[in-house]
Design a protein around this ligand. Structure first.
Ligand code: HEM
Length: 180
């Protein structure tokens, strides 16, 4: 897992609580052999999930709602951290269509130990995009938050149908339809 996920989650948790809380959360969830949480190192995904669980239990946040909010926050951070990837983008569905081939594929090459989720995408109609999400992690709700924030970013009126596959939350089909 890309260290960026930890760094961003710490900021998210700190905003939801306080600085001291983040230290407690790390103390409670950190594995004995964990390395420093810098943005480029690979990390154990179970550690992140344990921290998300800790935050959910301490704040009364539902885990799914926390994932969704963290996904939304992550998207806004991507627009700041990777501004260049948004420069020529004006259409929400085209942008989402290209996540797998243009963005996550590059992440896999640049950071070999990263594990972005995979998307099988199809565009049955100009106003409809189907994204089949598959991940090593139970982050379908995080994905929903990223998709919703993308649509808001591009200012489109759209509906998102989120159909879970199985009950692990690591696979889902999102059908995104834009309305004029
Ligand atoms: C400029 C935009 C984006 C960049 C640079 C980017 C890059 C990344 C990176 C670096 C990670 C961490 C990978 C890891 O943990 O090893 C990640 C995770 C993730 N990305 Fe993207 N991403 C972008 C947009 C999106 C969008 C719009 C979606 C939704 C369609 C998405 C879906 C996800 C999900 C759900 C994860 C969490 C890990 C998982 O579910 O397995 N990303 N992305």
């Amino acid at each position: 897992m890309h260290g960026l996920m930890f760094r961003e989650f710490f900021m998210f948790a700190e905003d939801a609580t306080s600085k001291g809380f983040v230290q407690d959360m790390i103390g409670a969830s950190r594995k004995a052999n964990a390395s420093d949480y810098d943005a480029s190192g690979p990390y154990d995904q179970d550690e992140l999930i344990a921290m998300m669980d800790f935050l959910a239990r301490r704040t009364g946040y539902e885990f799914d709602e926390l994932c969704n909010d963290f996904g939304r926050r992550l998207f806004h951070r991507f627009t700041v951290l990777y501004q260049e990837l948004f420069e020529d983008q004006t259409m929400a569905l085209d942008f989402l269509h290209g996540i797998e081939a243009h963005i996550h594929e590059h992440v896999r090459t640049l950071v070999p130990k990263s594990q972005p989720p995979s998307f099988e995408v199809s565009r049955p109609k100009p106003d409809e995009l189907i994204m089949h999400y598959r991940s090593a992690r139970p982050f379908a709700d995080l994905c929903a938050g990223l998709i919703e924030a993308s649509l808001e970013h591009f200012g489109v009126n759209a509906s998102v149908d989120h159909r879970p596959i199985g009950d692990t939350k690591s696979e889902a089909v999102f059908t995104i339809t834009t309305h004029s």
